[in-house]
Every structure is written in C-alpha cells, then in structure tokens.
Design a protein around this ligand. Structure first.
Ligand code: NAP
Length: 277
C-alpha cells in the first residue's frame, strides 16, 4: 500500500477505524481487512476494543503470514488519563490488551486543559523513548495547541488525527500540520454515513464508476491525508481500499471542497477545544 511519510514515520495511506466494533465482529473485521490488504489499524483505550483488535491482528498475522512489522497499529491515551502516572498506566493497559510490546503510533486522544501540555507531551515522548511506541502524535489538536506541542516535544510528532471530510473546512489546521511536518489522519472520513446520498458526491462517483464513499476517501487520499474509515461490512472494507485506481479532476476537487458548511462538524463533545474558525 502507498505510504505517507511524516517526521520519520511511514504511515499506510488508508487505515481501518474500529470505534464501536466489538467482540467477534471486531476480530473478523480486522482479519478480513488484513486479508484484503489493509496495513493500518486504528484503536484507542477509550473504544474498549483493544483486546479484540489485538486478537484480530494476531489471528490475521498467523493466517496471512504477515509479520507484525507489516501492520501499523495506532492506539491512544484518552484525555481523562493524561496526568503523570495515569498516562503511563493507560499505555501499559493498552499494550496488555493488544498483547503487543509496542504500538506503531501512540496519540494523545484530545487535550485536557487541566493537565499541562508540558506533562502530557513529556509522558507521550517517554513512551517512545522507552520503546512502547515507535512514533507519537496527537488527536484533535488546534493550530495553537500544535505550536505549543511541537515546541515541547523532544520526539517528532508524526500526525494530528482530526475530523476531515467534504462537509468540514479544516484548511487552517491542515496547514498547521504541514508547517510542523506532520501528517493528517482523517477520522469520520465518511462523515459517519452522511456521504452516501449526497447529490454532488453521487454525481461525481457515477462519472468514475465508484461510490460516493469512495469519492470522499479519494478526495482525502489525493491531498495526502490518511483516512481511517470504519466498517465491518466486507464489501465496504474492500470498496474503501479501492480508491487508488482513479483520480478526481481539479474541478471535481474544488467542487467537493465547496460542500463544507459551518455546521459540518460531526464530532463536537463538551471536552472539545475552541476549534480553529
Ligand atoms: N481521534 C478521535 O477523536 C476520533 C473520533 C472519531 C473517530 N475516530 C476514529 O476514526 C474512525 C472513523 O470514524 P467514524 O467511525 O466515526 O466514522 P466514518 O468512518 O466516517 O463512518 C462510519 C460509517 O460509515 C459507513 N461506511 C463505511 N464505509 C462505507 C462504504 N464504503 N459505503 C457506505 N457506508 C460506509 C459505516 O457503515 P457500515 O458499517 O454499514 O459499513 C459506518 O456507519 C473511528 O472508527 C475511529 O477509529 C477518532
């Protein structure tokens, strides 16, 4: 699979999102994904599914003959576990559940204004130094937080995992990631199901003999953004990988960008930061 290089990391250009996937459904989705060619899995302590993502990974490696190093595994430390001590415990718990000595990427899963970034970034970088994570990064960081985090980090930050899809304008934070040499990982790339049925995306899809979801994913991939769509449906798992055999025209890219709306954000919990306008 194509890889995106950022601050020393080589990140497979599409990953499997696993939020909400549990038990056998999760194990089967991960195994099917690996067999189809996925090389990037996204989980988090918060999703309560690391045990099954790990099981799917280990079974998938055994059944495909892939090596652990062939698959890029991301997990995250949730914002309520960022304080010194809690952070380290969360990482240990994640590795235990995943049955892995290290993950490829460890992220701060939302900032917590009550824990200074100097503490959380220090814990994050320590996890890389002590071998628990090959790379480190952040999620849901704004431009201001990225500037502060980049100054504090003693290890390179390789990604900012944020919501990106055609209905949300993330130009400012995307530019800030690029300024810091970081990749952008796109969560909710299918806008949690709002992409299928969109008139513009459906029309463009028809012209390429693809689906609206594939067009939304291609829109991101073509910008060097790494989408992590979530599905356990085998046909969707396969479809979401089949976005490297066509290209959107400049006019189509511009038309899709115009679908962004001020209220286009899907994920906006109470603990969200003040987003970049
Ligand atoms: N860092 C963060 O704060 C954060 C926040 C949210 C999410 N995430 C990560 O990002 C991942 C993706 O985001 P998400 O799960 O919220 O939303 P998403 O991937 O945009 O949407 C998932 C929905 O899209 C549907 N879908 C997937 N592929 C499809 C296809 N080819 N055709 C039609 N429908 C399709 C799925 O339905 P089917 O199951 O029927 O296919 C599912 O209902 C998460 O799983 C998680 O790993 C991170």
């Amino acid at each position: 699979m194509t890889v995106i290089e950022a601050n020393g990391a080589r990140i497979p250009a599409i990953g499997l999102g696993t939020m909400t996937l549990k038990e056998q459904v999760c194990i089967d989705a991960v195994k099917t994904a690996l067999k189809l060619g996925y090389r990037h899995l996204d989980t988090a302590e918060r999703y309560g599914n690391e045990e099954w993502v790990g099981e799917g990974l280990h079974q998938g490696l055994a059944e495909t003959g892939l090596k652990r190093e062939d698959v890029f595994v991301t997990t995250k430390v949730y914002w309520d576990k960022l304080a010194p001590g809690d952070f380290e415990q969360s990482v240990e718990d994640s590795l235990k559940k995943l049955k892995l000595p290290w993950v490829d990427l460890l992220l701060i899963h939302w900032n917590n204004p009550k824990v200074p970034l100097s503490d959380s970034i220090k814990s994050l970088c320590s996890a890389k130094k002590n071998g628990q994570a090959k790379h480190v990064g952040v999620a849901n960081f704004t431009t201001a937080m990225l500037d502060e985090a980049a100054k504090l980090a003693t290890e390179p930050l390789v990604t900012n995992q944020i919501e990106v899809h055609p209905f949300l304008d993330q130009t400012k934070v995307v530019a800030a990631c690029k300024k810091h040499g970081m990749s952008i990982t796109a969560y909710c790339p299918i806008a949690r199901g709002k992409v299928p049925g969109n008139e513009t995306l459906e029309r463009i899809a028809k012209a390429h003999d693809k689906s609206a979801s594939q067009v939304a994913l291609r829109y991101l991939v073509q910008q060097g953004i790494v989408p992590i769509p979530r599905t356990a449906t085998p046909a969707h798992l396969a479809a979401n990988l089949a976005v490297f055999d066509f290209a959107l025209t400049e006019a189509e890219m511009a038309e899709i960008a115009k679908l962004a709306k001020p209220d286009g954000r899907v994920v906006n919990p109470a603990h969200s930061p003040k987003w970049d306008a």
